[in-house]
Design a protein around this ligand. Structure first.
Ligand SMILES: C[S@@+](CC[C@H](N)C(=O)[O-])C[C@H]1O[C@@H](n2cnc3c(N)ncnc32)[C@H](O)[C@@H]1O
Length: 234
């Protein structure tokens, strides 16, 4: 895809950035056979459902220069890698519990020459208990990882007071959000707003659920033993 694709959707990129997206696409194509990163393989769909969708997180209005961002359950690097290509001033930790995906991201970081991007192998509920990483990020992002109540317990502990957690969800977020109200409060968050949007070419509706961190998360969260998933907060 050339720059016209990005310009059409309001993202004007340099030739180097366009080349990085192209290189990322090729690496995805090459590694997908080995490690099953994504079911989406056709170029236009990859560019819209993965690259553009990741960039649309900038519409949240809370991403600023030089922030520290953790992308939880990043998989093949979404939304983290496209955001880094778009805004090189951002610093990323890309966390995933599958080692083979982290190995892939190590290659992406090297080949695309991305500074200040650290792929990290681990489970969110364990990493979030570690000093130096807990409550140390301006922003946490997560796409397609878990239902909202579980996701909140995975993600909010990483965010500094005053920062934001952005959950990238589909169009049917309302029920999930409704049953997550007490979890948001318990973990120190407050619903800031929800942004609904539609991908081009009828490729689907999406939403950004933006949670502001207003108080420190009590140290008992995230709970151990798989509880955020088996017994979600309610
Ligand atoms: C469906 S994939 C989504 C990947 C990527 N965010 C995307 O939108 O394409 C979910 C990813 O979350 C990771 N994951 C699931 N539970 C996790 C946890 N507790 N901690 C860290 N990563 C987790 C999985 O290994 C997987 O790579």
């Amino acid at each position: 895809m050339n720059n016209n694709f990005f310009i059409e959707y309001g993202y004007e990129l340099t030739d180097i950035q366009v080349q990085k997206f192209d290189d990322f696409y090729r690496l995805l194509e090459e590694w997908n056979y080995k490690i099953d990163i994504t079911k989406i393989v056709e170029p236009e769909e990859v560019y819209i459902k993965h690259f553009l969708d990741s960039l649309l997180i900038t519409k949240s209005g809370v991403i600023e220069k030089n922030q520290n961002i953790i992308d939880i359950g990043t998989g093949g690097g979404f939304p983290g890698i496209p955001l880094k290509i778009y805004n090189d001033s951002l610093n990323f930790v890309l966390l995933d519990s599958l080692k083979k995906r982290i190995n892939f991201l190590d290659v992406v970081v090297e080949k695309l020459n991305l500074d200040n991007v650290v792929p990290l192998h681990g489970r969110a509920e364990e990493a979030a208990r570690k000093e130096g990483i807990r409550e140390s990020f301006d922003i946490a992002t997560s796409r397609a990882v878990a239902p909202m109540q579980t996701l909140l317990e995975y993600c909010l502990p990483f965010v500094k007071v005053g920062g934001y957690f952005i959950a990238m969800k589909g169009p049917n977020y309302k029920e999930e959000l409704k049953i997550s109200k007490s979890a948001i409060k318990l973990l120190g968050g407050m619903l800031d707003r929800v942004i609904e949007y539609e991908l081009p070419n009828n490729l689907g509706k999406r939403s950004l659920i933006i949670i502001k961190k207003i108080k420190a998360t009590p140290y008992r969260f995230p709970r151990s033993g798989g509880k955020p998933k088996s017994k979600p907060l309610n």
